[in-house]
Every structure is written in C-alpha cells, then in structure tokens.
Design a protein around this ligand. Structure first.
Ligand SMILES: C[S@@+](CC[C@H](N)C(=O)[O-])C[C@H]1O[C@@H](n2cnc3c(N)ncnc32)[C@H](O)[C@@H]1O
Length: 187
C-alpha cells in the first residue's frame, strides 16, 4: 500500500458546513482525495490515506481511507463523504463509517509516532528536501501540508528525510499526482 498523510490546520471538525472554502479549505481536502484515489477509468487499489483536521470545534480528527472494492467515494460528492464521517464520529472510539473509512480523534504527532513504530519511514514533503527522483522510497509515508504548509516543528524534526518534488511550490493535490506518478513509474 502507498501511504500518505495530509495535514490541514484549519479544516472543520464537525459536519455542519456548507461552504467548503469557509470550512477551513475542505475544498482542498476534496481535491487531495480525488488525486489520491482516482485514475481516468478506475480508483487506485493500493492507497492508504490519512487526513488530520486540526480546525474547530473538535480537533484533532484523524480520517483513514483505505482502498478496497467497496470504497464509497464518488468524485461528485467527496465533501458528502467527509460530512457523513464527521457526523457519525464518536469521541473515544475509532469508528468504521463505510468500508475502509475510519474516523477517530488523534493528533498528527501521535499518528506519526504510530507509523514509525510500524517501521514506516516518515518523509515530509518540503521543497528543500532531497529530489524525489533520487530518493529511496521504500516504506515511505509521505506527509503533505495544506495551503499553510506543515507545522514548522515537524519539518525541522524530519529535515534529513524531507523530499522535494521540484523548485516550484505546488498545490497539495498536485504533490499527490507527482508522487503517485513516480511510484507508478518505479513499479
Ligand atoms: C500549497 S503547498 C504549501 C504552501 C505553504 N505556503 C508553504 O510554504 O509551506 C502544500 C504542501 O505541498 C507540499 N509541497 C508543495 N510544493 C512542494 C515541493 N516543491 N516539494 C515538496 N513538497 C511540496 C508541501 O508539503 C506543502 O506543505
């Protein structure tokens, strides 16, 4: 499985939102999910995506979406999936809301510690990092920030393992396309 973490500092942590942009840029989250999972004529079968929302009113929230044949994502209603997961979330438990779709309260740092304890190599996406093309991507979990970027503390801590996809600053959703393409080529 390809494993990615997307961190959003302000994404709303309750389902009662209408305007995706005003809900802490959930429009960007929707683009990320589409670019992570969709190809032209099918969905990827090897994607494990974590989303951390750190916005009000109930942060931090951890979503986990894992490829499977019954994954209920429609490109037309990605926001609906997020809303339904938020509405059905219960504090103190990890709930599977749909096949392969889990939600629980968990912070970015706790998630990263858990991934490390499972043997994952934490690769933060940062334009000052090592070139993607030259990097060893074995067991990498790719950590990507929203329009405001990743927490500075995290970038500092994982500076030596940072990966750059090139000199421009790309949209978060574009980083998913570029990394997925590199992994496709290597396979
Ligand atoms: C729109 S960018 C964030 C821009 C934000 N103002 C900043 O300076 O961090 C969203 C995320 O995409 C990733 N990203 C964008 N361009 C990149 C690049 N050239 N190399 C590696 N990661 C990149 C980073 O993880 C970043 O947090």
């Amino acid at each position: 499985m390809r494993e990615f973490v997307y961190y959003s500092k302000n994404a709303r942590t309750s389902g009662n939102f209408k305007d995706l942009m005003k809900a802490g840029r959930i429009d960007i989250v929707c683009n990320v999910i589409i670019q992570a999972f969709f190809l032209s004529n099918k969905t990827r079968e090897d994607m494990h995506l974590h989303l951390i929302f750190d916005g009000p009113p109930n942060p931090p929230m951890h979503f986990e979406i894992i490829s499977n044949p019954d994954l209920p994502i429609s490109k037309k209603d990605v926001a609906g999936l997020i809303k339904r997961m938020l509405y059905k979330q219960r504090d103190g438990e990890k709930k599977q809301i749909f096949p392969g779709c889990f939600i629980e309260k968990k912070s970015l740092s706790k998630l990263i510690d858990e991934l490390k304890s499972k043997g994952k190599h934490v690769c933060v996406l940062d334009k000052k990092g090592e070139k993607l093309r030259n990097a060893d991507l074995k067991d990498c979990v790719f950590v990507i920030g929203d329009h405001e970027g990743l927490p500075k503390k995290l970038i500092k801590e994982y500076k030596k393992q940072a990966i750059s996809i090139g000199p421009p600053v790309y949209f978060a959703s574009q980083t998913f396309i570029i990394i997925n393409n590199e992994l496709d080529l290597r396979e």
